[in-house]
Ligand binder design. Structure first.
Ligand SMILES: O=C(O)CCC(=O)C(=O)O
Ligand SMILES: [Fe+2]
Length: 332
């Protein structure tokens, strides 16, 4: 099993028939396993390189600097730096756990940094002094805008292929009220034996909470998606280029579409193609994820377009912020 790579410029710059072909490929790949990879997504390589440099530089800062913008653990949207083990993905996404995995005391070997929209006055971002990491805020805000555009294009393509009115999804993800988030992940080098011990993972199997997720990963490897035909088995999502985007369906889209588009279960583990998976050290790994999220006041219940007449929706109405808080509460 592998993830298909699609060319987004076919949709953004193509003829009507190319746009339809892209939309249809997107839907069929998402339906198969919840994932696609995108090239020609509109973020220039130079911008992607800048992001990678920022990502690396941020985590290399002394702990005392990162501590100044520490996230306050809890159910609110995350802002700033979270130290290794702060978020417990195993608890957050228990329904994503494999049967063999025991509950409780499972750790993530990962630190991360989160930011939201600059328009989000309710949960403002936390930035370092400009001289500590020059250009950090500007680079992140610029990327955030680009991710908003790409998300809009993907949601529009899905609306086209699903035959639902324009705006069915996108009107619920507005740049003005944005609840979306951009995250830097850093997985420090780790002894493979520690991971094989079964209590520590880079990131446990989970679904993302938002609508869709866009992710850049480096070449270290280890990101995997679940094969739907064979529960509890995972395949690699190989990194062919540091500027390709991995895109997956997240929980909100599964709920809106009343399970027509199930979310993609994923994890970060020992790379399957590593020569020795029993001993040695896994090198550090970096990734960046943009979580396109529903506006906070919007319902994450099933949309009427996806509920057949005289049948019950699989998901009840609940505001996106209430949903997020309920899910996050279990993670700390
Ligand atoms: O690091 C990765 O490749 C995946 C990260 C991830 O799944 C997440 O942050 O939700
Ligand atoms: Fe994830």
């Amino acid at each position: 099993m592998y993830i298909q790579t699609l060319d987004l410029s076919q949709f953004t710059k193509g003829s009507e028939s190319e746009r339809r072909a892209f939309a249809s490929d997107l839907l069929s790949n998402f339906s198969r396993n919840g994932f696609v990879k995108l090239v020609n997504h509109g973020i220039p390589d130079s911008e992607v390189s800048k992001l990678w440099e920022m990502n690396n530089s941020f985590f290399k800062l002394p702990t005392k600097e990162k501590q100044k913008i520490a996230n306050i653990p809890g159910p609110n949207p995350q802002r700033g730096w979270s130290h290794i083990g702060a978020e417990n993905s195993a608890t957050l996404y228990q329904k994503g756990l494999l049967k063999s995995e025991v509950k409780g005391d499972l750790k993530d070997a990962r630190e991360h940094f989160d930011m939201g929209s600059k328009n989000d006055y309710q949960y403002p971002n936390k930035w370092l002094d400009e001289n500590v990491l020059p250009g950090f805020c500007a680079t992140m805000e610029c990327a955030f805008g680009a991710f908003e555009t790409i998300s809009e294009q993907i949601l529009e393509a899905l609306e086209v292929s699903l035959g639902v009115p324009r705006g069915t999804f996108f009107d619920k993800v507005t740049p003005e009220k944005s609840a979306s988030e951009f995250r830097f992940n850093h997985y420090p080098a780790i002894d493979i034996k520690e991971i094989n011990g079964g209590r520590v993972s880079r990131i446990w199997p989970h679904f993302d909470l938002g609508v869709i997720t866009l992710l850049f990963q480096d070449s270290v490897g280890g990101l995997e998606f679940e094969n739907r035909e064979e529960k509890d088995t995972f395949s690699m999502i190989k990194c062919e280029s540091p500027s390709e985007l991995v895109v997956n369906i997240s929980e909100t889209l599964q709920r809106w579409s009343n399970d027509r588009l199930p979310a993609g279960l994923h994890r970060v583990s020992i790379p399957q193609n590593l020569a020795n998976k029993e001993a040695g050290t896994l090198p550090e790994r970096f990734s960046m994820a943009y979580f396109c999220k529903a506006d906070r006041d919007v319902s994450v219940g099933a949309l009427k377009e996806f509920v057949a007449e005289n049948s019950m929706p699989h998901y009840r109405d609940l505001s996106a912020i209430e949903y997020q808080k309920q899910r996050l509460e279990s993670a700390y």
